[in-house]
Design a protein around this ligand. Structure first.
Ligand SMILES: [Zn+2]
Length: 360
């Protein structure tokens, strides 16, 4: 199930994908304790039931984007902007040159992934525009990776930005100033982490598969091993992705989470339709089928933001050190690309983080 090979670089090998026991071993080696209460996979008897919610209740709006001088609209995190050495940002679809995913009369868009439907020139130019918006310099090197829903984490250096074939991984860590680490998403959750004391940054790609493989917990253990980072010195932000409002999943996703997390059921909601006819004639819509499977019963929705917040807490971050940007890629198509909402025909956004070089 886990990939057996891992990329490596001069700065050190990437973490090998591994199972839960290996993650525990990594944490012990790094002097960390995962704050799990009880065995993984053991179900908490208190949380046998799902939280019920209406779809609207699960929606958390994103803040208004900032508009850069070059037209790029991007999201910054309140509080993080005051940290002078830190670069960070989440792109939206607004700005840029791509025309592959919009109507003919629409302005160009910020597709930042080398997708089949778009030209490499447009994407490269959009990446420079984002670097310019976030760092003030369009030439700031950007390290991106070939993401494949793993828990591989790569320690990046500036030479990685020039690689023809990017590393295969789903997380990046760096302590070298002057480069941006980038995670591409179009529904999956990007998570950015910074160690304020040691000036180390990290970016992780957490869809449901990567979340089940504990990419964020593992990545924080890796930050400790590579650079001596301590979770109590870290801050983290969970970027925009498909929200709990829209992320209906099947029972197989639930059982994967239940096999890994004792709090799994707290990450799912039973969502009932607020359709007027259903509200008036509920007897017409009675069903005996399991949640998540019935076309007319409640749907099972996964909250990936909460799932990754729990991993940050389990890794030892303080609750107040963790923020979420908000927004839902699926129900805000005017602001974000969504793989789900556009049936696979979508651009990619980038979440970026980096260390500003000291002034010369
Ligand atoms: Zn939504």
């Amino acid at each position: 199930m886990w990939p057996s090979s891992s990329p490596s670089s001069a700065s050190g090998p990437a973490v090998k994908a591994c199972g839960l026991r290996e993650i525990d071993r990594l944490f012990r080696k790094a002097g960390l304790v995962r704050s799990l209460h009880g065995k993984a996979g053991a179900r908490n008897p208190k949380s046998n039931h799902f939280n019920r919610a209406a779809q609207e209740e699960l929606f958390h709006p994103a803040p208004s984007p900032r508009v850069a001088a070059n037209g790029v609209e991007w999201l910054a995190v309140s509080g993080w902007e005051k940290i002078p050495w830190l670069w960070h940002g989440f792109s939206t679809r607004r700005g840029g040159l791509s025309r592959a995913y919009c109507t003919e009369d629409a302005p160009g868009e910020m597709n930042l992934g080398f997708t089949a439907g778009d030209s490499r020139e447009n994407v490269a130019c959009n990446r420079s525009l984002l670097a310019e918006a976030v760092t003030g310099n369009a030439a700031t090197p950007l390290v991106a990776i070939r993401q494949f829903h793993s828990n591989l984490v790569h320690v990046a250096t500036v030479t990685d930005a020039a690689r023809e074939r990017p590393w295969k991984a789903d997380g990046l860590i760096a302590n070298e100033p002057g480069l941006l680490l980038g995670i591409q998403t179009a529904d999956c959750i990007p998570v950015l982490v910074a160690d304020r004391k040691r000036r180390v940054v990290a970016a992780f790609h957490a869809g449901w598969r990567g979340t089940v493989k504990r990419i964020v917990e593992l990545g924080i253990g890796r930050m400790r091993l590579a650079f001596g980072c301590r979770p109590e010195d870290m801050i983290a932000v969970i970027g925009p992705g498909v929200g709990a409002c829209c992320y209906a999943v099947g029972e197989e996703v639930l059982s994967e989470f239940e096999s890994q997390f004792q709090y799994a059921r707290e990450l799912f909601h039973e969502v009932y339709s607020t359709d007027v006819v259903r509200a008036k004639y509920p007897m017409l819509f009675l069903t005996q089928r399991a949640p998540g499977h019935s076309p007319i019963g409640p749907e099972l929705h996964l909250n990936l933001v909460e799932a990754n917040r729990r991993q940050l807490l389990a890794a030892g971050l303080k609750p107040r050190a963790i923020q979420a940007v908000g927004g839902c890629t699926s129900c805000q198509p005017e602001l974000f690309f969504s793989h789900r909402a556009s049936h696979g025909h979508a651009g990619r956004m980038l979440a970026v983080i980096g260390i500003r070089p000291p002034p010369r």
